[in-house]
Design a protein around this ligand. Structure first.
Ligand SMILES: Nc1ncnc2c1ncn2[C@@H]1O[C@H](COP(=O)(O)OP(=O)(O)OP(=O)(O)O)[C@@H](O)[C@H]1O
Ligand SMILES: [Mg+2]
Length: 465
């Protein structure tokens, strides 16, 4: 390799119109093309042969790859496949001899942007490379716009503007297009499945299915045959051959819900599959290759299950390459008004009502409630309110009884106080406040909004101790 080649290799950060990799068995031919393209400002690397080409693809991010289709070691179709795998935005142009146009057509079907027939004509090469890069740039800009629109209108329908939700959505956007395993944790109803779907919908696998499996709902034997499938007669009751979820999810995403409930013996097998990329149906010896991205979810602490010896630590690390934690709704109350608004719109459309909002007092109750069932409970509450509402705004009267009552509990029942003297009320209030503070007078005075000395005096007057 010449000095010039050495200097260019692995750089890619100096100003150029684009980084190009040229792969051709015929070194002179490749070098000739590189010279033409460098003379108009591109930065070119040359690989003499497919294997060297693959290595160089791993080392540097290229905007465009020019590859011969027919080569001795690794052919151009393989280069095309790998180049796209490494960088979905790469433009690949293939060269072909006169006799092999059909191969070029095949390459176009597999995602090559153009093909050139050898021997190359200098002007043709320059123009086609420029066109391919311009087109690729447009694809990128489009993608970027889509992503920004997504951010503006939420990511996969996830509502939330609290700091923790914004961080979580940013992280999801960053990792959606990769194949890393994601483990989503959070209490019931915090939106784990919603997030899993959003990640899949924003991934390069979105045209293939997201296949869910709720691991808690199945017996140990069933978990295994659901995951990996089984052959006819593999166990009593296996009257048909059956494909497993891994096979259905091939090139897509497998969503393992309640992953903490997978039995230990299945965990070993699952780990082996994740490491080897192959499954074996129950009752078979035939391994089947699968390409599946795993997203799992849990509302239990897997760390605790590990301590108790009920979950394998090695599997845990495989599953949580990217951990995502969803905070309970009571820890991100800023999201409540947004969610309320969102669900009001949804349900008034579904139930054909003209409800446009919610009264302040009712919203106050909703934002201060503890929401043990998180967003799911809130969603049901709003659905309820929309159904019973008669006006065009939700009111305190529409609140579900359980939420209304829990809110009213700490406040005094003023109605039953009517008919008593102010002095008597004061006495009751002081006594109750002291019992609430456990006899702490300083704190009681603060709550009552009076000085400590005033409180002493009143205690004496009312003969309270
Ligand atoms: N941030 C959010 N924005 C909009 N809708 C949400 C949000 N979070 C949750 N939801 C809605 O709340 C409901 C419950 O969400 P989801 O089923 O994803 O929760 P989960 O964490 O998987 O619950 P579980 O642990 O019970 O399985 C769904 O209808 C979902 O669409
Ligand atoms: Mg769920």
């Amino acid at each position: 390799m010449g000095e010039r080649d050495e200097r260019r290799k692995g750089t890619g950060d100096f100003e150029s119109k684009g980084a190009i990799l040229i792969i051709d068995d015929d070194r002179n031919h490749a070098r000739g093309s590189a010279d033409v393209l460098e003379s108009v400002g591109y930065s070119c690397d040359v690989a003499t042969g497919g294997r060297e080409g693959l290595e160089m693809l791993q080392r540097r991010q290229y905007d465009l790859v020019l590859t011969d289709l027919v080569m001795g070691d690794v052919d151009g179709m393989e280069i095309l496949r790998r180049a796209q795998e490494i960088n979905p935005f790469v433009a690949v142009i293939v060269f072909t001899g006169h006799g092999t146009i059909e191969n070029a057509v095949e390459a176009l079907k597999k995602g090559a942007v153009d093909y050139l027939v050898k021997p190359l004509d200098i002007d043709g090469l320059r123009i086609r490379v420029q066109k391919a890069l311009e087109r690729q740039e447009l694809v990128k800009i489009n993608r970027d716009l889509e992503r920004r629109l997504d951010r503006r209108f939420g990511f996969g329908g996830i509502i939330g503007n609290s700091e923790s939700m914004r961080k979580m959505i940013d992280l999801c956007q960053q990792i959606a297009e990769t194949d890393v395993a994601v483990l989503i944790s959070g209490e019931n109803g915090t939106g784990k499945e919603l997030i899993a779907r959003a990640i899949h919908e924003n991934s390069l696998r979105k045209k293939r299915p997201l296949v869910p499996l709720n691991c808690a709902a199945l017996s140990p034997q069933l978990v295994e045959s659901e995951l990996f499938g089984h052959e006819k007669g593999a166990f009593t009751g296996a009257t048909f051959q059956k494909k497993g979820r891994f096979e259905y999810a091939d090139n897509g995403t497998l969503f393992l819900d309640e992953v903490g409930d997978i039995p230990l013996e299945t965990q070993v097998k699952l780990l082996r599959v994740l490491e080897g990329g192959e499954i074996t149906r129950v009752g078979s010896n035939e391994p089947i290759k699968v390409n599946v991205r795993i997203i799992s979810a849990t509302n239990r602490s897997i760390e605790k299950l590990i301590e108790e010896g009920r979950f394998r630590e090695d599997l845990y690390y495989r599953l949580k390459v990217v951990p995502i934690h969803l905070a309970p709704l009571r820890e991100r109350r800023q999201d409540i008004p947004l969610l309320v608004d969102h669900f009001i719109k949804d349900f008034s459309r579904i139930y054909k009502k003209a409800i446009t909002g919610i009264e302040r007092e009712a919203l106050n109750v909703l934002t201060s409630y503890s929401w043990p069932g998180n967003v799911r409970e809130l969603k049901h509450a709003i659905e309820n309110m929309v159904v019973v509402s008669r006006g065009n705004s939700l009111t305190l009267d529409n609140l579900p009884e359980s939420i209304y009552r829990s809110e009213r509990k700490p406040s005094p029942d003023f109605n039953s106080l009517a008919g008593i003297s102010l002095k008597e009320v004061e006495k009751i209030l002081i006594r109750n406040t002291l019992s609430q503070t456990g006899g702490n007078r300083q704190e009681a005075a603060k709550i009552l909004g009076i000085g400590e000395r005033t409180l002493y005096r009143k205690l004496k007057t009312y003969q309270l101790s």
